[in-house]
Design a protein around this ligand. Structure first.
Ligand SMILES: [Zn+2]
Length: 111
C-alpha cells in the first residue's frame, strides 16, 4: 500500500469519524489519476431504501462534477460490526457502478 493509499484511507476515516450518524455509517474515498481526492458519506434513510445513496456514488458524482474522469484508487470505510471504522468492500451495486464508469482502479487492503 502506498503513502497515497494510506492518506486516502485516513481522509475517508476522518470524515466518517466526524460525521457518522444514524443515516451515515459509511464513507468513501476516491483518488483520481491526477491525485485529486474526494470523500463522501452515504445517506441511508430508513424505510426509503430506493431513495438512499451510497457514499461511493456521492464521491463519484463529486469527481465527475469537478471534471474528473479517471479514477486511480478507491476505499470504503464503515462503522458497522465493531463500532470502529474499518475498510469494507463496496456493495455489489457500487462495484458494478464503478466498473461501469470504465476505469480500472485499486482498492487498498485493510491496513
Ligand atoms: Zn453501494
Amino acid at each position: 500500500m502506498s503513502a497515497n493509499d494510506t492518506e486516502l484511507i485516513r481522509a475517508a476515516t476522518c470524515l466518517l469519524t466526524l460525521r457518522h450518524s444514524s443515516v451515515s455509517k459509511t464513507s468513501y474515498g476516491l483518488r483520481t489519476a491526477i491525485g485529486r481526492v474526494f470523500v463522501a458519506l452515504n445517506v441511508r434513510i430508513p424505510g426509503a431504501a430506493p431513495c438512499s445513496i451510497c457514499a461511493e456514488q456521492v464521491a463519484a458524482g463529486m469527481a465527475v462534477a469537478n471534471g474528473e474522469s479517471e479514477i486511480e484508487c478507491v476505499v470504503s470505510i464503515g462503522i458497522w460490526r465493531t463500532g470502529q471504522p474499518e475498510v469494507l468492500m463496496p456493495c455489489v451495486m457500487c462495484r458494478e457502478f464503478l466498473t461501469a464508469l470504465g476505469n480500472r482502479f485499486n482498492i487498498p487492503a485493510q491496513s
